[in-house]
Design a protein around this ligand. Structure first.
Ligand SMILES: *[C@@H]1O[C@H](CO)[C@@H](O)[C@H](O)[C@H]1NC(C)=O
Ligand SMILES: *[C@@H]1O[C@H](CO)[C@@H](O)[C@H](O)[C@H]1NC(C)=O
Ligand SMILES: *[C@@H]1O[C@H](CO)[C@@H](O)[C@H](O)[C@H]1NC(C)=O
Length: 282
């Protein structure tokens, strides 16, 4: 009897662990689509034109490791003075799961690199942005040493909300930007946790630093009458993963660092892992 109980506990704990469902080490770009769009379409008044040119979006080997490179260049293109790279996942993922992205992120004037998630076409049953939700795992601007994690939700523009709140009341973390880090998101029905340098070992999130915890009571989605949808809306829908290097735009230029741009610059992404656990849905 005792032995049976122990065995069933073991079986349960391995069932409750996280299982790898995607492990992209960028031997090719088959899991990604390069967005081709002017910075004006970003909603952030960005200064680059995103292209799918191999000058802006490509895989290569860096120090013996495969990487996706998103490179910002000073280049005249379609009336723009800069080009850069932005990709989104071929298919949406989740809802829920542990998303861990290993990258080297560029710093310098005018740069706004980001690792984030957004529903396809920024729209779900809850409406358009930001009622549809957005999860920013990592953003950083210019030479400022702070990295930021944020979620956006609420009603459709301009009735959105974010956590943490607007302005300077944003959560920041201070990685050494010169080296590779894992930028992690544990997205679950009842909480969203952001991680730095965590690893998955034996189905458990291990090591690293838990940066921020957001209980689901902090987020909501509003219908057009301003009433809340039930449950944990809007973060119960599948989202695309997005990786990009913006040039200029509202945030860096508002910080006053849109002169003497540090271009060319590139973000290098070495690995994207997605893990599901027993709470995750497919
Ligand atoms: C992901 O794939 C790479 C390359 O095949 C491999 O070295 C690595 O161990 C894999 N990661 C996991 C967590 O399985
Ligand atoms: C390109 O640079 C010129 C000269 O500084 C500027 O007038 C123009 O607005 C820039 N174009 C874009 C799309 O940012
Ligand atoms: C980085 O930006 C934050 C928020 O915009 C600001 O409070 C902080 O002083 C900046 N740090 C540096 C080193 O510029």
């Amino acid at each position: 009897m005792k032995a049976l109980i122990i065995l069933s506990l073991l079986a349960y704990s391995s069932y409750a662990g996280y299982v790898l469902v995607m492990n992209d080490t960028f031997t090719d770009l088959s899991n990604w689509i390069a967005d081709v769009m002017p910075g004006s379409a970003s909603g952030n008044s960005e200064w680059e034109y995103y292209t799918d040119s191999p000058n802006n979006v490509f895989t290569t080997q860096i120090n013996g490791q495969n990487a996706l490179v998103l490179r910002a260049l000073a280049q005249n293109y379609e009336g723009y003075n800069y080009t850069s790279g932005k990709v989104h996942s071929v298919r949406p993922w989740g809802p829920y799961g542990f998303f861990n992205i290993k990258a080297v992120v560029p710093k310098g004037n005018g740069l706004w690199p980001a690792i984030w998630l957004l529903p396809p076409n920024a729209q779900t049953i809850y409406g358009t942005w930001p009622a549809c939700g957005e999860i920013d795992i990592m953003e950083t601007v210019c030479t400022n040493s702070s990295g930021y994690s944020t979620i956006h939700f609420g009603g459709e523009w301009p009735n959105g909300a974010q956590w943490p709140n607007n302005g300077y009341n944003m959560w920041s973390f201070l990685p050494n930007w010169n080296i590779q880090h894992w930028y992690g998101l544990d997205w679950q029905p009842n909480y969203i946790n952001f991680w730095l340098d965590a690893q998955m070992i034996n189905g458990k999130i291990t090591g690293g630093q838990l940066l921020f915890n957001i209980p689901s009571s902090r987020w909501y989605a509003l219908n057009s009458n301003g009433q809340r949808y039930p449950g944990n809306a809007p973060f119960n829908q599948p989202f695309n993963i997005i990786l990009n290097v913006a040039v200029g735009g509202f945030w860096p230029c508002w910080e006053g660092c849109c002169q003497n741009l540090a271009i060319p610059a590139q973000m290098e992404i070495y690995n994207v892992q997605i893990w599901h656990n027993s709470q995750s849905e497919e």
